[in-house]
Structure formats: structure tokens, C-alpha cells
Design a protein around this ligand. Sequence first.
Ligand code: 5GP
Length: 186
Amino acid sequence: MTDVKGKLIVISGPSGVGKGTVLKEYLKNAQNTFLSVSATTRSPREGELDGINYFFVSHDKFESMIENGEIIEHTVYNGNYYGTPKSPLQNAIDNGKNVILEIEVDGCMQVKKVFPDALTIFVMPPTFEELRKRLTNRHTETAEQIENRLSRAKEEIGYKENYDVILINDTIENATKKLDKIINNT
Ligand code: 5GP
């Protein structure tokens, strides 16, 4: 444990907005920063690894994690559970590391209650049409899943005013620079 606690940063934004890509770029040069790995009941996409992208767990396992208080916040998204494991996050913050959570709006509101000082950032697409294009070009979801994600995106965008900062992802390079400035207060 150190006397100086790490910062907690929450990043949300509609599915397909590119927040994962911007974060990956940011983390290449970030010091002392830990990206929280969530637990989920959804199946891995091609190339996703257990313990790296998510902890892929069964429905029963997820529910027992909730019951045992092992999860700080959780939500159901497109029929699957997603949640933030508590102890890795708490350990990192207690050891002075910054922790980034990439979670949706419902989870962010829950985190704000437990950590009122968390810095919350909402990533927006330049336009809604651009979001549709990005989701379609990703080729990882069916047409129905894309429509579900777009309708959830509309709902999520309605929460953007609850965030400390709105970050528009026009290009990865610009958005990464802006994210660095926001997190490091420069
Ligand atoms: P995907 O299936 O595209 O990986 O994630 C779907 C949504 O779930 C994204 O908006 C992502 O940010 C969110 N998400 C991922 N992990 C968590 C989590 O631990 N908690 C919450 N509340 N949302 C999460």
C-alpha cells in the first residue's frame, strides 16, 4: 500500500465508437495504469482471450460472484451479464496505480456512488451514421445484434450529460491525444 491512491477513470460510449481502440493506443505510453478486466457471460469473439479481454464465466458463476460481493458493479447488456471484479481494482488503487474501467452507462452510475471522485469520460462518434458504419464494418455481430446495439447506443447517448467530459472520437490519433490530456490534466 502507498499513501498516494491511484485515480479511477471510467470510460463509456456506444458500442462501436472505438473506445477500445483509443484506450489501447493510450495504454501503449501510459505509466502506472491498470486496465480493469471485466467478467462477462457473453461468448468470446474471435481472438479474444480469457483473462485478457474478459473473464468469460458461466451464468451461475457470475451470479455467485455477485452474491459473494466480488463484483463492484454489474449490468445486463444484450442478454449477458457484465461486471467489474472488486479486488484487482481496489489493490491497484491502494498501490497508487490509475485504474481505467471501460464499462457502459449503468455501471458508470453505480461506480460513481462507490467512488464519487472517479473521473468519468463519455466517448461519442462524430455522427450516428458513422457509428452504424463502424459497427457494420466490424463484421462481428449479426444484423439483429447491430440493431440492438444501435438502439442501446441511442439510450446511452442520452446519459452523456452525467459524465465529467465528452470526448469525440473523430480520429484515433486525435482522440488518444485528447484522452491523455484529460487524464493527466494537461
Ligand atoms: P462488448 O460485448 O462489446 O465487449 O461490451 C458491451 C458493453 O459492455 C460495452 O459498452 C462495454 O463497455 C460494456 N462493459 C464491458 N465490461 C463491463 C463491466 O464490467 N460492467 C459494465 N457495466 N459494462 C461493461
